[in-house]
Design a protein around this ligand. Structure first.
Ligand code: FPP
Length: 241
């Protein structure tokens, strides 16, 4: 059975989930944290090695102050409540995104999660927080430019591999499968460089309703895909070249 090594998820639809129930959006985000816990458990059970969750984007700062503060609070709540269990389950936590400018208590919680779990070997849980694909590439470009300016690197040494290694995801394989919930079909500045050959599955369900059954549905769709990475599976064409 073809299980993706790395699944990345754009968790969309918390607000709509709450609005449909006449509740404030924050209720949807809170339900979304339960869906996060379930997704981590399911990923572990399915033998997925990397699960990346888009928890807060560089654009999410534009939301009303109260909602931003609720989302920050929920991340802290999740780490405080679940870190010990994640560690027991041998999950390694990674955080990607711009750390500069984050509140110091969030920064220290995220660092603590990474430090505590750094030797764990089961699932790698990658939390994309204050993450933007363009920002990731911009920071990588700046780092390489600095190394050139300092004379450590020649411009001709800048390759796809050196850019890959300068991104926040250095050491993490590219996502095989990107899932987005809520029926929206766009990438919204998620892993732009890393998704060059990812398969996309868009599910109509809203994120708080994403459970094991919906995860399995996405994996099933992935298994039916024919990944060619720019080559061909046409045997006659292959034989002719
Ligand atoms: C999108 O729904 C969701 C987010 C912007 C945040 C996702 C955050 C969580 C699930 C909780 C915290 C995360 C972790 C890892 C503990 P939306 O608000 O854009 O929904 P809408 O499109 O229906 O308005």
């Amino acid at each position: 059975m073809n299980t993706p090594q790395h699944v990345a998820i754009i968790m969309d639809g918390n607000g709509r989930w709450a609005e449909r129930r006449g509740q404030p959006r924050t209720v949807g985000h809170r339900k979304g944290v339960e869906a996060v816990r379930n997704a981590v458990k399911t990923a572990g059970k399915k033998g997925i090695k990397y699960l990346t969750l888009f928890a807060f984007s560089t654009e999410n700062w534009r939301r009303p102050e109260q909602e931003v503060s609720d989302l920050m609070g929920l991340l802290k709540f999740f780490v405080r409540r679940d870190l010990a269990e994640l560690h027991r389950e041998n999950v390694r936590v990674h955080v990607i995104g711009e750390r500069h400018g984050l509140q110091s208590d969030i920064l220290s919680l995220l660092t603590e999660a990474e430090e505590l779990t750094r030797h764990n070997t089961a699932l790698n849980l990658v939390i994309a927080f204050n993450y933007g694909g363009r920002d990731d590439i911009t920071r990588a470009a700046r780092e390489l430019a600095q190394r050139v300016a300092q004379g450590e690197l020649d411009p001709s040494d800048i390759t796809e591999l050196s850019i890959t290694n300068a991104l926040d995801t250095s050491g993490i394989p590219d996502p095989d499968l990107i899932i987005r919930t809520s029926g929206e079909m766009r990438i919204s500045n998620f892993l732009l460089w890393q998704s060059a050959y990812s398969e996309f599955v868009f599910l109509p369900c809203l994120w708080p309703d994403f459970g094991e059954r919906e995860f399995e549905e996405a994996l099933k769709a992935y298994r039916c895909r024919d990944r060619r990475f720019g080559t061909t599976t046409d045997r006659t064409a292959a034989a002719a070249t």
